[in-house]
Design a protein around this ligand. Structure first.
Ligand code: FES
Length: 294
């Protein structure tokens, strides 16, 4: 890359460089195995050369105490860090490794309508995480925490020995931001699809449910202040509609065989291994929008 290229793109425009690389990789997509093997070997040998050159450069610089701090500073540059990480010349940061650990357990949590987020790392050995969705407040969440999330973090980051579960709502919940968003359900994090307009926030009776059809799906909406939850109108027992069920203190009882569910999380209080199917919700300027889980 020429000096002019660098100046045109800007020294820290990592995304720009990555897009260039991705575009070139698109050229190789239809190549046969032999051609792909050749290009991979070519790339590998160039990377090996760069890695060795940079490794030697770093070892010389590290020998100079004054230069060492400049080196550490240079590694905070996103392009420098990305290249050194790619060449395995720097280890993943603690933050990255904790995120990797959480990523490894997300499929398990998502299968129960939940998620987990990293709140903070307090060096040298403490990480705080928060469960979202059905995991939050669920009686089994501590078990899930101990069995899954904690072990994953300990496996990825042995230096983290104190893993704390933070209770409460996710950041920004229940308060309007500059775009008017008052609430986004935790289920929205990993779901894709369009947000579909439904009703005004206050059309959902506080402490009751509102049933309606959204894009061909029957759903139940319930509200606690500006916190709204939405579930498929289908009991997890035999899939029968729940809309004639009694609601009392945030608990709905299926009118058919009496299964009970927490309307905040969808957790089944009768058979803990099942739950209502959650749909993502957001509230913008008192308008409720749903993103259906398909
Ligand atoms: S269908 Fe709801 S309890 Fe059986």
């Amino acid at each position: 890359m020429t000096k002019l290229d660098r100046q045109t793109k800007g020294p820290s425009d990592l995304e720009h460089y990555l897009k260039d690389i991705e575009a070139l990789e698109g050229v190789f997509v239809d190549w046969d195995e032999t051609q792909l093997g050749a290009i991979k070997a070519y790339r590998k040998s160039i990377e090996a050369l760069h890695k060795e050159a940079i490794r030697r450069l770093i070892s010389v610089v590290k020998a100079e105490p004054a230069a060492l701090s400049a080196l550490k500073n240079a590694v905070t540059d996103d392009v420098v860090y990305a290249v050194l990480r790619h060449l395995e010349l720097v280890k993943p940061s603690l933050h990255e490794r904790v995120e990797e650990a959480l990523e490894s357990v997300r499929p398990m949590l998502a299968s129960h309508g939940g998620d987990v987020e990293l709140i903070t790392i307090k060096p040298p050995h403490t990480a705080e995480v928060r469960f979202l969705g059905s995991c939050d407040g669920c009686p089994a969440s501590m078990l899930t925490f101990v069995a899954g999330v904690k072990k994953a973090i300990e496996d990825h980051c042995p230096e983290i020995t104190d893993i704390r579960q933070v209770k409460g709502l996710t950041k920004g919940l229940d308060q309007s931001d500059s775009s008017g968003v008052q609430f986004v359900s935790p289920f929205a994090i990993n779901q894709k699809g369009d947000w579909l307009k439904t009703v005004d926030l206050h059309d959902i009776p506080e402490g009751e449910i509102l049933t309606m059809e959204v894009d061909g799906s029957d759903v139940i909406l319930s509200r606690n202040g500006s916190i709204v939850s939405c579930f498929a109108n289908a009991c997890a027992h035999l899939g029968m509609p729940m809309d004639m069920g009694d609601v009392d203190d945030g608990i709905i009882t299926c009118p058919h065989h009496g299964f009970q569910y927490d309307l905040k999380s969808g957790e089944c209080l009768t058979a803990p291994e099942v739950q209502l199917q959650p749909h993502a919700i957001r509230v913008i300027r008192n308008k409720v929008e749903v993103r259906l889980a398909r």
